[in-house]
Design a protein around this ligand. Structure first.
Ligand code: NAD
Ligand code: ZN
Length: 360
């Protein structure tokens, strides 16, 4: 998987939509090899220099470019609609590839626009936050938000290529680094025991945004996510083994906290860290060995998060409206060991209340 300083992970979907994720200093250079007459570049102004490097490399093939202020506010109908108009004004045709450069909000928006404009343009992701690199930009989920909730309007539309240069993470706010490390630890806990041990040894360096540690972490997360997505592309696994839903470990309470505290108060990854504490408390209640639970909790607790003052009643009410619930039941992903997740839908309220006290 290592060629020069670029690691390559294949997301194998079993057909011509399969694609590569390149991770390393030279990954961005590979973008220009994409077979497209013209490209459209949507980028986060927080990474303007990187975006301008990409735009310069494509030269006259750039048919349209636009800088956006990254954050949840870009994932709106309004902005998506404006972009459709701009693409129409620029006479963008189906032989165009859209390139989204930025965090998960910009790659979610860019993927959504690519999925829907002209019934689907090809697109590439250049994730520049750790969270987007380990999670958002790989797997084909694209979405925008509604007032009623996050990610309520979306399409599965895989990118054709993903390029990740870990040097981009150097300018991240420490909270965004911690949020990304949180999602990476989640991936380790449900799918990669070796990554768990690696993070146990290197948590300090990961939180300090050490590029070598983050490159290895990203490559392992992408490989794990690629395996899970290949097995259950559209999150329809109903066998009880979990399929893609296992990636929602920590997300039942995490999403509820995001909603209760107000979007923006907590980074998504921070909410997931708190949600993992609750999921670990529930896993313990159902038999996760205490010594292992302690060991995992030590690592989860090493990731700094704010301490939100969320009323337990409100959090419990919010779990009930989580869009991942099935047949009216709230689902939790729990673990019986590292990389041995399972799904339950019979957690009673008293248990959830006990788990929420684990957040204090
Ligand atoms: N599609 C999926 O499967 C999936 C999975 C997980 C999360 N998501 C989505 O991802 C979003 C969260 O992603 P995020 O945490 O990357 O948020 P984000 O895009 O808001 O980025 C966080 C902040 O970092 C800034 N930024 C981006 N790159 C930077 C860099 N290199 N240096 C300095 N600042 C930089 C952004 O401007 C923003 O202020 C959420 O909307 C979530 O729903 C999607
Ligand atoms: Zn997440």
């Amino acid at each position: 998987m290592i060629a020069g300083n670029v690691q390559r992970v294949r997301v194998d979907l079993g057909d011509e939509r399969s694609y590569d994720v390149a991770i390393g200093a030279g990954a961005i250079d590979e973008l220009t090899a994409i077979d497209a007459r013209t490209v459209v570049v949507l980028y986060d102004v927080a990474v303007e220099p990187l975006a301008q490097t990409i735009i310069a490399e494509f030269g006259s093939r750039v048919a349209f470019q636009r800088g956006l202020v990254g954050g949840e506010d870009v994932k709106t109908w309004g902005l998506a609609g404006d972009i459709f108009d701009w693409l129409a004004d620029a006479h963008i045709d189906r032989d165009t590839v859209l390139i989204a450069v930025g965090g998960g909000t910009v790659t979610d928006l860019g993927g959504f626009v690519a999925a829907t404009y002209l019934r689907g343009l090809r697109w590439c992701a250049v994730p520049t936050t750790l969270l987007a690199a380990v999670d958002a930009a790989v797997g084909g989920k694209t979405a925008i938000n509604l007032g009623a909730g996050k990610n309520l309007v979306g399409v599965f539309h895989h990118p054709s290529f993903v390029a990740i240069d870990p040097a981009a993470f150097a300018t991240l706010d420490p909270r965004d680094v911690a949020a990304g490390v949180g999602e990476a630890l989640k991936t380790a806990l449900v799918a990669d025991p070796e990554l768990f041990v690696y993070l146990e040894r290197n948590m300090g360096r990961a939180l300090a945004a050490d590029p070598e540690v983050l490159a290895i972490t990203v490559a392992r997360c992408v490989a794990a996510k690629a395996r899970v997505v290949a097995g259950d592309e559209r999150e329809r696994d109903d066998t009880g083994a979990g399929g893609r839903a296992i990636l929602n470990f920590g997300h039942t309470v995490g999403h509820a906290l995001e909603k209760t505290c107000g979007y923006g108060a907590l980074r998504h990854g921070e909410a997931v860290v708190l949600g993992m504490r609750a999921a670990l408390a529930l896993s313990r209640e159902r038999g996760l060995a205490p010594a292992l639970a302690d060991r995992i909790e030590t690592l989860v607790n090493a990731i700094p998060t704010p301490h939100p003052e969320a009323a337990h009643d409100a959090v419990i009410a919010a779990t009930a409206s989580d869009k991942k619930r099935k047949a009216g039941k709230v689902r939790f992903i729990l673990i019986r060991d590292i990389a041995q997740p399972y799904i339950v839908d019979d957690v009673n309220e008293a248990s959830v209340r006990r788990a929420l006290t684990a957040l204090a």
